[in-house]
Design a protein around this ligand. Structure first.
Ligand code: ATP
Ligand code: MG
Length: 299
């Protein structure tokens, strides 16, 4: 429903260096949108979301019926960018049986006793299902790159933290994703691109509104202090891991209605593009169906 040319602007082209400052986090993504004005764009975005939610429910049912493909949605963002709300709204119309959400926090000591992809592999969606990673293996090249001292707990053999360390991790991620795609997983990766000013205003909301106090964490404020390092880490990681088989999308996230409409649209159209049809039954099964009908008719 959103024009392909607009979606193209959000996709990070494989092999190109991403510059986040070229990506606007607001609602006016084109001159035409600006001229139409915020209220018109907002109404359109809400309509896009509504239509996509209905189509997503149908697409997910086909995914489930075919049981051949799975969908992995990776969500990454700075704090308060709207990951939770995006999951809640975009997935609101789908059958909960066909959908799994995993949120990844700091790795446990059991996690650290394995390779860095281990805990994520265990959480991958089964065939027929949509799996959402709320944070993901990308944390291992984002928060860990911003705070390399986290690697002190990772029990890596000596000599493994050399100059190629991050490039090797990107390569590992690309190979891992390629493996998944070859085996029937559709991978969609979204970076919710919130501006530093909007994050501040959302943090202030959490401080001002007693109903939102529980959402505030001092740790989030500390990470905000590393904003520029995070942006560098995101640019490097997304540039190195946006591939033909598992592209990254940079989603404007200063307005929640924008984020939700675009994510819903990309998710729905990507699943629809798999071209799944209701599974056809074979000759034997058709005979069984005819017998069943006869029996019911005779009752
Ligand atoms: P919310 O705050 O909305 O509940 P959240 O995803 O921010 O969601 P938190 O418990 O606040 O959840 O934060 C999880 C923390 O775990 C983040 O700071 C994240 O960077 C950190 N984390 C996730 N994966 C890793 C990892 N592989 N290594 C180190 N830290 C990680
Ligand atoms: Mg948090």
């Amino acid at each position: 429903m959103i024009r392909a040319s607009l979606i193209d602007r959000f996709r990070v082209p494989p092999g190109k260096k991403l510059r986040l400052k070229d990506h606007d986090s607001g609602w006016a993504q084109t001159k035409e949108m600006k001229e139409l004005g915020k209220e018109v764009i907002k109404a359109r975005a809400q309509e896009v979301l509504r239509v996509n939610l209905a189509e997503l429910a149908a697409a997910q049912e086909l995914l489930y019926a075919n049981d051949t493909h799975s969908v992995l949605v990776v969500l990454q963002a700075m704090d308060a960018a709207g990951k939770d709300g995006t999951i809640k709204h975009v997935m609101s119309g789908v059958n909960p049986q066909g959908c799994q959400v995993f949120s990844f926090k700091k790795p446990s000591s059991e996690d650290l006793d394995h390779n860095f992809l281990w805990r994520y592999m265990k959480a991958l969606p089964e065939r027929g299902r949509i799996g959402i990673f709320n944070r993901s293996y990308y944390e291992d090249v984002l928060v860990v790159r911003v705070h390399p001292e986290l690697l002190d707990r990772a029990k890596l053999p000596e000599g493994k933290r050399g100059a190629r360390f991050w490039k090797d991790r990107y390569d590992d991620i690309n190979s891992f994703e390629r493996h998944l795609v070859r085996n029937g997983t559709l991978i969609l990766k979204f970076f919710l691109n919130v501006s530093k000013a909007e994050q501040k205003s959302r943090f202030l909301d959490r401080l001002d509104d007693p109903k939102k106090h529980w959402k505030f964490s001092a740790a989030d404020l500390a990470e905000r202090g590393h904003w520029d390092d995070y942006m560098d880490a995101y640019e490097a990681a997304l540039s190195a891991t946006s591939t033909k088989w598992a592209p990254w999308y940079v989603i404007p996230a200063d307005h929640k209605w924008v984020t939700r409409a675009i994510v819903a649209d990309i998710l729905t159209s990507s699943i629809t593009d798999l071209g799944l049809r209701p599974p056809e039954v074979d000759e034997d099964q058709r005979r069984l169906l005819a017998v069943a009908r006869e029996k019911l008719d005779d009752e």
